[in-house]
Design a protein around this ligand. Structure first.
Ligand SMILES: Cc1cc2nc3c(=O)[nH]c(=O)nc-3n(C[C@H](O)[C@H](O)[C@H](O)COP(=O)(O)O)c2cc1C
Length: 175
């Protein structure tokens, strides 16, 4: 199946996750187009989509929101997997409890054949936050580093590849 692995990434960690997922899907024989969502062609060109964004202030980045809004109809006709990359699972506590699902994902749950949304652990450097953000983050007990869990990403990509193969074998993109 032809799959869009689309991403919105400000500092590169989400892009690398999308590339890793795309590599695993390719290894399993799927034709994957890995692209920034700001440059991706319309979703009509694909049979399935794995879309992800960095989370900023509890929401997806604008280019990811814009893409899913502009492509609601075609995305509604194919299997879709979503991932949000942030620090919620690293910081934990209240922040994690209230950061399970950006609103863009909730909306896509309503309008698409959403297979799964994964909240993945990302990366953060102090210089990525404004001074006020660093103060708030410190008060929340947050820390800096690269917390991406590549084993989790690989396992998830494998599961997606298997579902895509099953969907392809059944001859329908909308399962
Ligand atoms: C300005 C700013 C705001 C952020 N807001 C959130 C947030 O609300 N929730 C969250 O879980 N992570 C948040 N993060 C963390 C990152 O989005 C995250 O760690 C991610 O890996 C960054 O992805 P990127 O490298 O692809 O840009 C924020 C980061 C920045 C720089």
């Amino acid at each position: 199946m032809t799959v869009l692995a689309g991403y919105a990434s400000e500092h590169g960690s989400t892009e690398e996750i999308a590339q890793r997922i795309a590599a695993r899907l390719s290894e399993r024989g799927h034709a994957v187009d890995v692209r920034p969502l700001a440059e991706a062609s319309r979703a009509d060109d694909y049979e399935a989509a794995v879309l992800g964004s960095a989370v900023h202030g509890g929401s997806w980045l604008t280019e990811a929101s814009d893409y899913v809004q502009a492509n609601t109809a075609p995305l509604g006709r194919m299997p879709v997997w979503l991932f949000s990359v942030g620090l919620a699972r690293v910081v934990g506590g209240w922040f994690e409890k209230h950061s399970q699902e950006p609103k863009e994902v909730t909306e896509l749950r309503r309008t698409t054949h959403l297979r799964e949304h994964r909240l993945l652990k990302g990366a953060l450097s102090p210089e990525h936050l404004p001074l006020f953000g660093r103060v708030v983050y410190r008060i929340m007990g947050g820390h800096y580093g690269d917390f991406r869990d590549w084993a989790e990403v690989d396992d998830w990509a494998e599961a997606i590849a298997s579902e895509l193969s099953a969907a392809g074998a059944s001859g329908t993109a909308s399962v």
